[in-house]
Design a protein around this ligand. Structure first.
Ligand code: 13P
Length: 245
């Protein structure tokens, strides 16, 4: 399977930063083979980034960082999957920052997974332990199984799972970062649960200097990038390394 590199811009960029970043990435990845790339800007810049990517190679896809599982209705401030369907191919669901700051639980994330599948969008389902402990792998599997409740075998092939250990997110300059071997061990466990057809990504402080450690592992099919996706040169560097340059 071709490596998948996903950029999660999180709550960053103004309109001009978003346009410049998307344009630079698009121009540098023009006719780029050997890796699938997804950009996930904030909701409010999706349309702008879509119009920038439109005149390029359809291999750079667009993703949203979140969704609401209902189709429409009185849900002030929310964005449904059916609205996103026009613009996106992927939606990140279950990110640890949403669990932490917005109290999202496995049941609600499961509803989002089903909503994505209903509208033929690929959910990028995030799982990962808060702290490394003897029980972390058990907890990750429990979360994974609960978030995938009711998902059929065929549907599993339309999902991406991202393993993001919370203790390794945004820590690139301060310390604890998951090793490639450790990340691989957990991704292997996830793969055993979801099957070979489901891409499993690693995310957490990946940079162009460290991406090789992860992408070279047998059970890691790609990477989910936060901070390093906000700089076009760094992000393009990661994409190039991911395809073995
Ligand atoms: P960082 O790459 O900034 O650690 O973020 C990872 C992440 O949370 C991507 O979803």
């Amino acid at each position: 399977m071709q490596p998948l590199v996903v950029a999660n811009w999180k709550m960053n960029t103004g309109i001009s930063d978003a346009s410049v970043l998307a344009t630079m990435v698009r121009n540098q990845l023009h006719e780029f083979n050997g890796v699938d790339v997804v950009l996930c800007p904030p909701f409010i810049w999706l349309q702008e980034v879509a119009s920038i990517l439109e005149i390029s190679d359809p291999r750079i896809k667009l993703g949203a960082q979140n969704c609401y599982p209902e189709k429409d209705g009185p849900f002030t401030g929310e964005i449904s999957v059916s609205m996103l369907q026009e613009l996106c191919s992927y939606i990140i669901v279950g990110h640890s920052e949403r669990r932490e700051h917005f109290g999202e639980n496995n049941e609600f994330i499961n509803e989002k997974v089903h909503a994505c599948l209903r509208y033929n969008l690929t959910p990028i389902l995030c799982v990962g332990e808060k702290q490394k402990s003897e029980n972390s792998q058990k907890k990750i599997l429990k979360d994974l199984i609960e978030c995938l409740e009711g998902v059929t075998k065929d549907e599993l092939a339309k999902i991406v799972v991202a393993y993001e250990p919370v203790w390794s997110i945004s820590t690139a300059t301060q310390g604890d970062i998951a090793s490639g071997e450790y990340a691989n061990e957990v991704c292997e466990l996830i793969k055993k649960e979801v099957g070979k057809e489901t891409p499993v990504l690693y995310g957490g402080s990946v940079t162009s200097l460290t991406v090789d450690n992860y992408i070279s592992q047998k059970s890691i099919d790609g990477v989910l990038i936060g901070g390093s996706s906000l700089n076009a040169n760094n992000f393009v560097g990661i994409c190039k390394k991911a395809r073995g340059e």
